[in-house]
Design a protein. Structure first.
Lengths: 399, 232
């Protein structure tokens, strides 16, 4: 079977230039987490871009005169597997001497493969239907979105300036994390609102990251209109993936600027600590190491605020991974690859755990529900052991 | 043989031209990147991006040993290229005598920068796949191009008048026979090969480097309390 659709059809000028701009210097191989655990340069970022350039050349370049504008299905399948094995952590783009925005580019190349009916892979294909039916990517009942974890006595208002979005991964897979969020918000004391469990649906990130854009517009409009009706001015969220999509892509799918601001919970809490609205009562005489989530640090540049929160804990000594901040190493949870390429994800998670152990950390602090889920899973049956805690979960124990 | 060389030039020029035009069409007909935040479009940020291009600033941050080699390579390559303009201009302007002089030294340095880059790439990494075969071929190609140029300059000098006559006749679409010196023929064939092999990043990379600088500024916009969170 062959394909004739232009490979540049849905790409912007910048994205086409980026595909053409790779110098194949391979600097990115030294930081690519998939390379770290597979050592397979055939699926590395420069190889993926080279394959895609070849597709463009064969269909729209001089080579089209020879190939008849066709690309073999096998090549497309190889590319699809390579691009879906990526965790989309963006470390390659961060180190790239040219500065190719890979964290943005990979989902768009995935979208092209989806449009050709080749991607996504495995049960990623079920995501649109599952989200349409349940409002979340985990096929869980919407009625149980909050019930197992939401603490007693949390004063959730019907309307408020501030709204809190828990996110599907937090609500269904990393409940100590979102529980910690609410306990900290209660301690700060400013009124906040939440959508009902049936109304707080997926932000669209799993669809975006797997290149399945069809439902995004309706999901985004539904959420934004719901928050708008509650008079929201600030939307708080602790999931870096949600925050990333909300900040960067929601306005595009909504068709206009958002009627509220998106704020990551660590930004809000750091500000509350600064203003004296939140007091940390108990100290922690431990070494804690903070892992920067890729979509928070590289994605939206929130690096300092989580550290500011941790530094406010009396007695806590903050350690750093060798690669931290914008250069942090992916824990393996990203890019919706963790369910399909499970072994890769576990191996990456263990690299994070091992380094935390080597650094002498008493606690590994995370601030992403996907990291939380995967690193916990990676520690099962692993020799390296370090207690894992979410940043708000930790804080909620000390206030 | 000499006549053949004159006439194979045209198809190669044509292929290189078509490739360039096709790339330009691909980019121009695509939709523009939407909604850059006005803050990110400031002239100062754009100029910082231009400096990133001129000094390969991003590579400097990543790999300093490689940076010095790559920067010198790109600089000497451009200077050598400018120095060669005298061969295709019927009456070169007076200022070009300076570029010829600089180009002479740049031409000598060029092969050394390539050897250095290869050395850093191969020796400085544990894993052998840290350099692609394509890049090895490309820079080896340019290295031989440079070496034949240096040899012609200092050892086996061809008749410069004939060289210039040949080049101008090619551009005037009335090709004459090239100088018969083997070294010149090799040098010219390597140049034709480079035209075919010219990597697509030559045009794309500078623009992407500038865009990366703008992106870096946009990433600073998610501050709380602070400015509007308008990435788009």
């Amino acid at each position: 079977m062959t394909e004739r659709r232009p490979f540049t059809k849905d790409l912007s000028r910048k994205e086409i230039l980026e595909i053409k701009a790779c110098t194949e210097c391979r600097e990115c191989l030294s930081v690519c987490p998939v390379q770290e655990v597979t050592d397979n340069p055939a699926i590395s970022p420069p190889e993926r871009l080279k394959m895609y350039r070849e597709f463009i050349n064969r269909t729209e370049g001089l080579k089209a005169l020879v190939t008849g504008g066709e690309v073999d299905r096998k090549l497309l399948e190889d590319f699809t597997r390579a691009v879906f094995e990526c965790t989309t952590c963006g470390a390659c783009g961060e180190i790239c001497p040219v500065g190719i925005d890979t964290q943005r580019l990979w989902p768009l190349l995935r979208r092209e493969m989806v449009k050709r009916g080749i991607g996504p892979i495995g049960n990623q294909r079920d995501l649109p239907e599952v989200i349409r039916r349940t409002g979340n990517p985990y096929d869980q009942p919407p009625s149980e979105r909050y019930s197992p974890w939401i603490p007693e006595g949390i004063p959730v208002k019907n309307k408020a300036e501030i709204a809190y979005y828990a996110g599907c991964t937090g609500a269904y897979q990393a409940q100590p994390m979102v529980k910690g969020d609410l306990l900290v918000l209660r301690a700060i004391g400013e009124p906040f609102t939440m959508l009902g469990p049936e109304d707080e649906v997926c932000c669209g990130f799993p669809l975006f990251i797997t290149g399945q854009f069809q439902m995004l517009e309706s999901l985004v409009k539904r959420l934004i209109d719901a928050y708008r009706s509650r008079g929201v001015g600030i939307l708080l969220c602790s999931c870096p993936c949600c925050v990333n999509l909300m900040v960067r892509d929601w306005p595009r799918f909504y068709g206009s600027p958002l009627p509220f601001r998106i704020v990551h919970i660590t930004q809000y809490v750091a500000d509350a600590i600064r203003k004296g609205k939140l007091k940390i009562v108990d100290g922690l005489d431990e070494n804690i190491i903070y892992h920067d989530p890729c979509y928070l640090s590289r994605g939206v540049g929130v690096i300092e605020e989580p550290r500011e929160v941790l530094r406010a804990i009396p007695g806590a000594k903050i350690l750093e991974f060798d690669r931290h901040g914008r250069n942090s190493r992916c824990c393996g949870a990203g890019g919706a690859a963790r369910k399909i390429f499970h072994e890769n994800a576990i191996a990456m998670g263990r690299l994070t755990i091992d380094e935390a152990c080597e650094k002498g950390a008493d606690k590994l602090v995370l601030s992403c529900p996907a990291c939380y889920e995967k690193v916990n899973e990676a520690m099962k049956d692993h020799t390296g052991k370090v207690p894992i805690v979410d940043i708000m979960e930790l804080l909620s124990r000390l206030i | 043989m000499e006549a053949l060389i004159a006439y194979i030039s045209y198809p190669i020029f044509l292929v290189a031209y078509i490739k360039g035009v096709q790339n330009a069409i691909l980019v121009c007909r695509a939709s523009p990147e939407a909604h850059l935040h006005p803050e990110a479009g400031r002239l100062s940020i754009f100029l910082a991006g231009v400096l990133d291009v001129v000094f390969l600033g991003r590579l400097f941050k990543v790999n300093k040993a490689l940076w010095i080699g790559e920067w010198l390579f790109h600089l000497t390559f451009v200077l050598t290229l400018i120095g060669h303009l005298r061969f295709i201009l019927y009456s070169p302007p007076a200022w070009m005598s300076t570029t010829v002089c600089i180009g002479k030294y740049a031409g000598i340095l060029l092969p050394f920068t390539i050897v250095y880059i290869l050395f850093v790439r191969i020796m400085n990494r544990e894993r052998k796949h840290f350099i692609s075969i394509r890049n090895i071929m490309l820079i080896t190609h340019i290295c031989f191009l440079g070496l034949t140029g240096v040899l012609m300059r200092y050892m086996i000098r061809p008749d410069i008048i004939s060289v210039k006559h040949f080049m101008i006749s090619l551009l005037a679409l009335r090709p004459v026979m090239p100088p018969p010196e083997t070294l010149f023929i090799i040098h010219y064939l390597l140049f034709l090969g480079l035209l075919l092999y010219i990597p697509s990043h030559i045009i794309g990379a500078p623009l992407v480097i500038i865009a990366a600088r703008l992106r870096g500024e946009r990433a600073k916009l998610l501050h709380y309390p602070g400015r509007e969170t308008t990435y788009d």
